[in-house]
Write a protein that binds this ligand. Sequence first.
Ligand code: B12
Ligand code: SF4
Length: 556
Amino acid sequence: MNSDLKQHVHITHKRTQIHNLDSLPFYDRSLVDYEKYHQHIGHAGVKYSIAVQATRGCPYRCFYCDVYKTTLHHFRRSVDNIFEEVKLLAGLGVKRIEFIDDIFNVKAKDFKAFFRLVLKNKLKLNFFFPSALKGDLLDKEGIDLMVDAGGLGVNISLESGSERMQKVMRKNLNLDKFYENAKYITETYPHVVLGLNAMHGFPTETEEEAMMTLNFIKSLKWIHFPYLLTVRAFPNTDLEKFAIEQGIPSEIIRKSQDLSYEDVAPSLSFSQDFTKGVKTMFLKDYVLNKERLLSVLPYQMKNFCEDELNQKYSSYFPSKVQTLDDLLKLARIDRSELKIQKCLDEEKLRVPNLNIKIKEKFPLQKKNHDALRVIFMNLSGYFSEDSDSQERVLMEPPLGLIALQSYLDNKFKEKLQGKIVKSRLDFDSYPEMIQLINNFKPDIIGISVMTFYKDFVHRAIKYIRNQNINIPIFIGGPYPSGDYENVLQDENIDLCLLGEGEITLADLIDHMINNGNKLPSKKELKEIPGLAFLEKASYQNININQKDTLVEAHTY
Ligand code: B12
Ligand code: SF4
């Protein structure tokens, strides 16, 4: 980045993470339109599920992972507190719960205690763990309890079958224990949809080590959804640093970032032929193995609707498979060979009157006419017309923004009016985005974004500024938390909020409310932990009274 600019970036003291997660209010589910989200497939690869967060942060430090940038330390809610929220959701008629946690089973005792409570209270739920459980921390008792209580979509992350690579990437899995648990699940509970994540092409990985990963997968009979994805080093990760140390040119690394996980990345240390060979063996010998498909498909069809299975299988063969029938054709299977002919009827998954029930549990709060107005935008998703093949389109409600607004509503009550919107779902073009902003008339725009979408977010912000919308723009989430110096090269952005956002944003809003809804002076900003901003940037102190004129002038 420009070294001149670098001097001007000011970062305030570190914000202490929230230790007592039970002190946070339950996430207010009325803040987004769940029925709208439920028409799409979410993070867990399924429809109609609701995400719950039981822990924040992760005690491990795998070198490709950015979780520590938003939450450096690991904290957990109490089992009772998690259970109360899950019970509340079950009471709304929700049938599928996904734990968004990085490792839901990090503390085996809590993991078991939670499922014991589910069983004791006879909740009829299915649980999904899309971000993966730590496979070597499981044991038979925990697996039995999880499955008895409704555990259905269980992902575990292997990443590499090589002990050396495990150490290099600081994952340090106990591979024997991992294997034992995966085998136990596949043999004892073949209906449990086990997913296994693995990666190909770590810097310094040898061909022999790459084969160890493939052979590890092949030795398990049968994983429902194994993934062997190409390593991509995202900017500012320890993996990127490691790749550079190993002599991989930055330009090549950058090129690989934009490729899909399925593509052959130029940053790989292997020949293209070797990689293609491994991927072909993986797809032909394992994924398309007829015996495997005949065994796993009936369970999958019983538990998933057709839409869900279509999406899962097309992610393996994007150009060849759009539907289950395409897959069967590719694997030379006749439908009559399957033990079951039809997928789960989607109607059985639907949650009747979900929004109405949510509104009963989370009633609308009264707001003052001069409440501070914040529009929260999640920009982790391209507009449909700009979508590219690398993007797996999953429509997950932005839990980070839901967490923030739930906290702010609880603290400021009638003094704050928020609104959460997501690109592609709530607005599918820049003009639609502007229309939403103008209709809401916010005092602040708060944007959440992952690094993957950084170019999109800078373009969107430029578009906003080009419409002469000059209210403060704050940006938070993984991108600014890991890369605030580069984010702030964009002078259209007023503030980066680093890491966990609740208390930092509440602090800032408190100052604004006491300052006539204007941004506080830089002197005051420097006293607020968790911020980064350009020293010399000129903030736009738009007063609430100026707002109407401003917004009207730019209505699209
Ligand atoms: C759910 C999830 C998804 C969902 C949807 C996320 C969404 N709704 O936008 C889906 C499945 C779509 C997804 C996709 C991807 N993801 Co993802 N995902 C997650 C996951 C597991 C949970 C996010 C979450 O809800 N956390 C809980 C909430 C409460 O925390 P939060 O979002 O961080 O929000 C807090 C703070 O960040 C902050 N904050 C956030 N936004 C804002 C905004 C403002 C204004 C303020 C003040 C504060 C603030 O305050 C919040 C409350 O404390 C995280 C891991 C994690 N632990 O966070 C990875 C994570 C965010 N994903 C990651 C990645 C890399 C991806 C992919 C790029 C991977 C890929 N396959 O290519 C893709 C995206 C592109 C693609 N190819 O499609 C990385 C991001 C790294 C980075 N630097 O950007 C993470 C951190 C995982 C990791 N291991 O590193 N993901
Ligand atoms: S265990 Fe998972 S969440 Fe934790 S550091 Fe490793 S990849 Fe990240």
